[in-house]
Design a protein around this ligand. Sequence first.
Ligand code: ADP
Length: 487
Amino acid sequence: ALPALNDASLLRTAGLIDGEWVGGSSPLRVHNPADGSFLAEVAGHGVEQAQAALNAAEKALPAWRARSARDRGLMLSRWAQALRSNAEDLARIMTAEQGKPLAEAKAEVAYAASFLDWYAEEGKRVYGETVPAADPSKRYWIWKQAVGVCAAITPWNFPLAMITRKVAPALAAGCTVMVKPAEQTPLTALACAELALRAGLPSGVLAVLPATAEESVAVGKLWCEAPAVRHLSFTGSTEVGRLLAAQCAPTLKRLSLELGGHAPFIVFDDADLDAAVEGAMQSKYRNAGQTCICANRFYVQAGIHDAFVERLAERVAALQIGPGQEAGVQVGPLIDAQALAKVRAHVDDAVAQGATLRSGGQARGDLGAMFFEPTLLTGVTARMRVAIEETFGPVAAVLKFETEAQAIALANATEFGLASYFFSRDIGRVMRVAEALDYGMVGINTGAIGSAEAPFGGIKQSGYGREGGHQGIDEYLDLKTVCLGDL
Ligand code: ADP
C-alpha cells in the first residue's frame, strides 16, 4: 500500500507536460519490491506526449535562456529547499517503490538537493574568455551558451538524485529539459516535479514523462532522432547507452553517458584494516549493492587477506536485512526478479567453480520474493562471472593477490572504467596506483566518493561526460568563438 504522507499532494500519477498534469496512453503499474504489493497506477506516456513535451520545451526555451543566471539559480535554490522541507515524504515514496532503507532514501533527498544548490551557484559562473589574437586588427571572445532543448533518461537505483544531477546543470545553463524516469520509480520523479512547480519553474521548462518499458523505447527513439533535441543525458546500462548513442548519431547530438561499472576495491598489506573494512561495507552494501560505483571485485593482498576477510565476514553477517521502511534495516530488497536471478547466478557460478561462501549466499523468500542475503565469497578467480560482469547486488567477491603490479593489472582487466577504490598508507604507492588505475574515479582510503562538487563519470565502456563539479555544467553549454575584425 502507499505510505502515509504529511502532504498527500506529493503523490502525482500523471506526467508533467507544459506545466500541466497530463494523462498517458498506456498505464504504468508501480509495485513495492519489498512485498510485491501494488502502489499506484501512473500515466504511462508514448510518442504523442513525448512530442508534445518537446514542442513545449522548444517554446519555453527562448524566455528561459534569456533570464539571468541569478533568476534561474533562485528557482533552483527554492526547489532544493522544497526537497529538503519534504524529505520525509520523498523518502517514504522512494522506499516504497525502490526498496532502499529509509535512512538511505533520506540521504538521497539531501544528495539530490545538493545538485540543485551547486548549480544554482555554478550557473552564475559561466565565464567566457578573451583571447589575444595573432592578427593585431582582430579580437577574439569565447562565449558559452545553452545547448538548447535537452532530454534525460534516468535509472531506478537513485530515482531522485539522478534526475537533479542532470536537470540542475541543464536548467542553470539556460536549457529546457525533458525527463523520462525509470518505469520502476515514477512516483519519486513526479513528486520531484510537483516540487519544481511549487518552486516556480515556468511551464515547459521541465517535463517529466513516466513510461512503460515498451513505451520508454519509443519515447527514447523520438527524442534521440529529433533534431530539436540538442543533448541527451543517460544513466543506465552500457547496452542501452550504446543503443542511444547510435540513435543520436544521425543528428550528432551531444551525449553524456553514465553507464555500467565493475569497480575494483584493492586492499594492500599496509592498509588501515578498520578503514578498509568500513570502506568495503560502505561501497558494497549500500542500496543492496545496486549502484554503478559499488565495489564488485575485492583484491586483497596475501598478508592482510585473512584478517580482512574475517572482519568483513563479521560485519556482513551482522547486516540487518528487511523491508526498507522498517527501523534499523540496512539492506532492502532487490528491484525485481531479473535482478535477483542475476545475483543468484553469479553466486552459484562462483561456488560451482570453487569459491567459498563465507556469509550469506541465499535468497530470503521468507522476507519477500526480492530479498537476497548480504553475501561474502572468497577464493574467487578471474574466470568467474562475478569477477567479469556487474553483479548489481549485495555480493562481495574476494580475490587474493601478491604484488602491486598484479593488483593493478587485475583491476584494469575489464571493459569498464567508472569507479575504483584502494586502501594503502604508503604515499609512494598511493601515487603510483592512483595514476595507474584506468578509471574515471579513484577512491583512496574511502568507500564513498560521490559529492556534488566533484565530477562523476567514467571512461571506456562506462561512458563519457561528467556530472557534478564546475565541469558538469559544460555538458549543457556550447562554445561560440566570436572574432571581431577590421579594428
Ligand atoms: P537498468 O538495467 O538499470 O534497468 P536500463 O539501461 O535498462 O538499466 O534502464 C535505464 C533507463 O533507460 C530506464 O529509464 C529505462 O526505461 C530506459 N531505457 C531502457 N531501454 C531503453 C531504450 N531502448 N530507449 C530509451 N530508454 C530506454
